[in-house]
Design a protein around this ligand. Structure first.
Ligand code: HEM
Length: 538
């Protein structure tokens, strides 16, 4: 030990004790003071007033008062599980992403399923889109695949997200959700923003009321750009194929379940995992040539309201995910997890899809508020499994005790500090894709067709599935008070399928809308849940 000129020895006690969870057998205050009685406040006389000096009472109640954090502005109701992703190695020719490259490579994952519109306390089996967000804790950094159980979205540009969510959320005056009261605002939006038509058809189909999380498909929705080790690129869409097949509830089952067991989906997942009935999906990719126009067979790959039919570009399976462990603590894991599309790894890049571009901003922005400042990647569930040396410092809820003097680069004080890498050392290098054009608001002409793919979806369903769509539209639109909105919706339905529009009109007691010329579209069998069902995978 070092000895100072006065004879004092170097300090050997720890400067900071890094113990974040609970320890010891005794009840203590937050400062480690043992408590003698936590059932009675300090009073002036046993029947007298409570005293302000009772620091234990004040701390206990103050902490409780602040236990809740804001719920997510969308996707507030969710349930999650831990698992493992095992690569088949088959994606190596398309992407250099380490977690996909090597056959048999295992990566821990955390997956949160959610409904979009309901609050944290709403029911699981409502008709809605489901979130399907997967966090891969890879060796190269965290990769988040933040998808839904439907392959398309309501809007083509992120600037409309506040509009579609405001239209769908409970009415501002009485906070009564759309599903229980007037549906006017949602259908007003949908009838005026015809780009929502395709997504709404998925919502009104059986896909809107899944039987279980384990029987949902998942989709990354947007087109991504993959890069392999040789620097070759390909465009790609992500798919999750449930090993148990795709299954839904029928409407009456969903209604009864929402009343009798609002936790139906989360219970099914938690009980299943506890009993060894794990949830499984295969991850698949549709690979599409990376052409300068980013189109495929006339489909604009930057338009998130469009799919690429699997008959034109088959889904190639690249790995399997098994969810096999329940969270230990709902708040610490399911509530505090933060997904973000910008969590990418080498080999996976974004495209100019205007919805994707806006999402790249929104998630980090909202989490700064929801999780109380910029340090939420230090929360256990969000901590990367890769090394972190980020030069980010201080801020609300900083829990790290950083060492060193020079959190800046370059420096000559801390031995130079962490160094940047190049691609050969695993750095994420943005692909130099060409960008030209005038600075304008507006969308490409190729975004204008809002009905053909809704028609493709509808004609691909079996007659029974089509009946369910007719019944769903009739039920929902019957709750719309404004006749003008109902009529506008009927006119839009007529641009998808004449017979469908006629049946819904009859159900609503309104005039059948005028028939319009509709394009011939070849059904895509993969869009039906009933035929063919993706069976168990060998
Ligand atoms: C949350 C998917 C579009 C903003 C989520 C979640 C999912 C998701 C799965 C829940 C994440 C979790 O479990 O914590 C999608 C998909 C979209 C889409 C698939 C379209 C393809 C958008 C757009 C915006 C947006 C366009 C905004 C411009 C948000 C926000 C949250 C969220 C603010 C809450 C995040 C949080 O509080 O942690 N989204 N979303 N989303 N999304 Fe989206």
């Amino acid at each position: 030990a070092k000895v100072s000129p006065t004879g004092a020895t170097e300090r050997s006690l720890p400067l900071v004790r890094d113990a974040r969870s609970q320890s010891g057998d005794h009840l203590t205050t937050a400062n480690g003071l043992r408590v003698d009685d936590t059932d009675h406040s300090l009073k002036a006389g046993r029947r007298g007033p409570s005293l302000l000096e009772d620091f234990h009472l004040r701390e206990k109640i103050t902490h409780f008062d602040h236990e809740r954090i804001p719920e997510r502005v969308v996707h507030a109701r969710g349930a999650a599980a831990h698992g493992v992703f095992t690569s088949y190695g088959s994606a190596a020719s398309a992407t250099k992403a380490g977690f996909l490259a090597e056959k048999g490579k295992q990566t821990p994952v955390f997956v949160r399923f959610s409904t979009v519109l309901g609050s944290r306390g709403s029911a699981d089996t409502v008709r809605d889109t489901r979130g399907f967000a997967v966090k891969f804790y890879t060796d190269e950094g965290t990769f988040d695949l933040v998808g839904n159980n439907m392959p398309v979205f309501f809007i083509q540009d992120a600037i409309k997200f506040p509009d579609v969510i405001h239209a769908g959320k409970p009415h501002p005056d009485r906070e009564i959700p759309q599903a229980q009261s007037a549906h006017d605002t949602f259908w007003d939006f949908v009838s005026l923003h015809t780009e929502a038509t395709h997504h709404v058809f998925w919502n009104m189909s059986d896909r809107g009321i899944p039987r279980s999380y384990r029987t949902m498909e998942g989709f990354g929705v947007h087109t991504f750009r993959l890069e392999n080790a040789a620097g070759e690129t390909v465009l790609a869409k992500w798919h999750w194929k449930p090993v148990a097949g795709v299954h839904s509830l029928v409407w009456e089952e969903a209604q009864i379940t929402a009343g009798m067991d609002p936790d139906f989906h989360r219970r099914d997942m938690a009980d299943g995992i506890e009993n060894g009935a794990f949830l499984e999906w295969e991850l698949g990719l549709q690979l599409l040539p990376d052409t300068p126009d980013e189109m495929f067979e006339g489909i604009d790959l930057l338009d998130p309201t469009k799919i690429v039919p699997e008959e034109l570009a088959p889904v190639q399976l690249v790995g399997r995910m098994t969810l096999n462990a329940n969270p230990t603590n709902y708040f610490a894991e399911t509530e505090q997890v933060a997904f973000h599309l910008g969590n990418l790894v080498p080999g996976i890049q974004v495209t100019n899809d205007p919805l994707l571009q806006g999402r790249l901003f929104s998630y980090l922005d909202t989490q700064l508020t929801r999780l109380g400042g910029p340090n939420f990647t230090q929360l256990p569930i969000n901590r990367p499994h890769a090394d972190v040396n980020d030069n980010l410092r201080d801020g609300m809820h900083q829990t790290a005790v950083h060492t060193g003097l020079a959190p800046y680069l370059p420096n000559s004080v801390d031995g130079g500090g962490p160094r940047t890498a190049d691609a050969s050392e695993g750095a994420y290098v943005t692909l130099p894709t060409p960008t030209t054009g005038e600075k304008v608001r507006g969308a490409a002409v190729s975004f204008d067709d809002h009905f053909t793919q809704a028609r493709l979806f509808y004609v691909s369903l079996t007659p029974l599935e089509q009946d369910h769509v007719v019944e769903a539209f009739t039920f929902e639109l019957a709750k719309v008070f404004e006749k003008g909105i109902r009529e506008r919706m009927l006119a839009n339905l007529a641009r998808v399928d004449t017979a469908l529009a006629g049946r819904v009109a009859v159900g609503l007691g309104l005039p059948v809308p005028e028939a319009v010329d509709l394009p011939e579209v070849a059904p895509s069998p993969a869009l039906s849940q009933i035929s063919p069902v993706p069976g168990p995978v060998a």
